[in-house]
Design a protein. Structure first.
Length: 142
């Protein structure tokens, strides 16, 4: 199993997910892959289904997939998000992550992108008082 982030970094990432999800009914997952045998977006679609992210009530899940060894990543949203946002909706997050990753700041880049995802989701899927956390906040690994 790929172990890329240390326990402190994993905690920071989980806290970023929880902080972002507190603002929105959207659900955010981070997944790491050892090796991709497909395009990162194609692999993210497969992982999205495998993690049952398409089962949220509002279909507003977001997956950030990282393949650190291959220096590749993807950000995808479910159909509820894709119906209401432009095609380039995740470009800002991609650029933010890429800038940090080039500096070797993987945890910081990921956490900042998660915070931004939460802010952007809030505009379309604002948080509600009794929102249920529909998906785990932990990082998943292949």
């Amino acid at each position: 199993m790929l172990k890329f982030f240390n326990p402190e970094e994993e905690s920071q990432i989980i806290e970023a997910i929880q902080r972002a999800e507190a603002k929105t009914t959207g659900e955010i997952r981070v997944h790491l892959e050892d090796e991709l045998d497909k395009d990162p977006v194609e692999q993210a679609v497969i992982v999205f289904q495998r993690l049952k992210m398409h089962k949220t009530r509002a279909r507003n899940g977001v997956l950030i997939l990282l393949a650190p060894e291959q220096k590749q990543f993807a950000i995808i949203g479910d159909e509820g998000i894709n119906k209401v946002v432009p095609e380039d909706f995740w470009d800002e997050e991609r650029k933010l992550m890429l800038g940090h990753f080039r500096q070797g700041e993987f945890c910081q880049g990921l956490c900042r992108a998660i915070d931004l995802v939460g802010e952007k989701l809030k505009a379309h899927f604002p948080g509600v008082q009794d929102d249920e956390n529909e998906l785990p906040d932990e990082i998943s690994y292949n």
